[in-house]
Design a protein around this ligand. Structure first.
Ligand code: PEP
Ligand code: MN
Length: 344
């Protein structure tokens, strides 16, 4: 992919003329504006041999190739970090943002009790699965539409935006009616028709790293969403499968600074699925923020021993409160602040 960087002095007319020329050459223009500079990425198959002619158009500063296979998600395309807003909550800025809630929405009472508990202790965004991808078809697979209605009520009661997983392209519109962010789960990271469907949606996307995916595959999955026209993506490192048996997955801690280096997208960490163990969630969460993550997604349940899914890795509300207290210190140590604490 080639990126056209416009001069700071370029006029709206100059930019419009470049966009039209890019389209005439057969490319789809992807436009980024930051700090007064407009950059236009040329996506798709067009007349590559004629790209150099763009250099003679008024207002064009330079043409630069993006060598990485992931293009729009790469730091070569956008030098500064992207902020993604979920409702009014900014991911990828100075603030460390915490998403919390149960693995699955089990009932109205369970969701509201857990949600008000975590919101009180500083969670900014709430989670709760409505459609659950379960390893066994006989496990609890979520309440579906009823859970979406409960999530909408939870948002109303707490004022916090909600994220929930979407499993199939045909359910994207339905989930968009209720959720503030669409989660694409680890098992679906390479479901390319789902990635394209959420790429056409008008909601931010939380993209989880596949169980066995390389970082390049992860960034290419994000590229599907970006190329389909949705620039609002948050990457989530949630551990990958290894030979280790004591933990459910193995958190790739180096992936955090590496993803931040390779891509401009925000990165959050899921210490719950990464470890599978409640006793490891707090230290791993603290390490993730120390390593540069922009936030966390943590499973919390008001009664984890009786949870219908992922109880062993779910924090109690008290443990969540301890996590937030400790996180405050770690965030400050890495020159960040813990975002939007409702109790402050
Ligand atoms: C979840 O968030 O509950 C979940 C199923 O996560 P993952 O896709 O990372 O396994
Ligand atoms: Mn879970």
């Amino acid at each position: 992919m080639t990126v056209v960087t416009m001069k700071q002095s370029a006029s709206v007319k100059d930019i419009g003329a470049v966009i039209r020329s890019v389209e005439t050459l057969g490319f789809k223009p992807h436009i980024q504006r930051h700090d007064g500079t407009t950059r236009i990425g040329l996506v798709g198959e067009g007349s590559h041999d004629q790209i150099k002619n763009l250099l003679s158009l008024p207002g064009v500063a330079s043409l630069d190739p993006v060598a990485a296979p992931y293009k729009l998600g790469s730091r070569d395309f956008r030098k500064t970090g992207t902020e993604v807003f979920v409702g009014e909550i900014p991911f990828g800025g100075k603030e460390v943002i915490v998403i919390a809630g149960p693995c699955s929405v089990e009932s109205r009472e369970q969701m509201l009790t857990t949600a008000t508990g975590v919101a009180k202790h500083g969670a900014s965004v709430l989670r709760g699965g409505a459609f659950k991808p379960r390893t066994s078809p006989y496990s609890f697979r979520g309440l579906g539409k009823e859970a979406l209605e409960i999530l909408a009520e939870t948002r109303e009661q707490t004022g916090c935006p909600v994220v929930t997983e979407v499993l199939t392209p045909t359910e994207v519109d339905l989930v968009c009616e209720y959720a503030d962010m669409l989660q694409v789960g680890a098992r679906n990271m390479q479901n390319y028709s789902l990635l394209e469907a959420v790429g056409r949606a008008n909601k931010p996307v939380l993209l989880k790293r596949g169980l066995m995916s390389t970082i390049e595959e992860f960034l290419l999955a994000a590229e599907y969403v970006l190329a389909a026209g949705n620039p609002h993506i948050i990457l989530c490192e949630r551990g990958i499968r290894s030979f280790e048996q004591f933990t459910r997955n193995t958190l790739d801690i180096a992936a955090i600074p590496l993803l931040k280096q390779l891509s401009h997208l925000p990165v959050v960490v899921d210490p719950s699925h990464a470890t599978g163990r409640r006793d490891l969630v707090i230290p791993v969460a603290l390490a993730a923020i120390a390593a540069g993550a922009d936030g966390l997604i943590v499973e919390v349940h008001h009664d984890p021993d009786n949870a219908l899914s992922d109880g062993p890795q779910s924090l109690t509300i008290d443990q969540f409160s301890q996590l937030m207290t400790q996180l405050d210190g770690v965030a400050k140590a890495v020159q960040r602040t813990l975002g939007h604490r409702k109790s402050d």
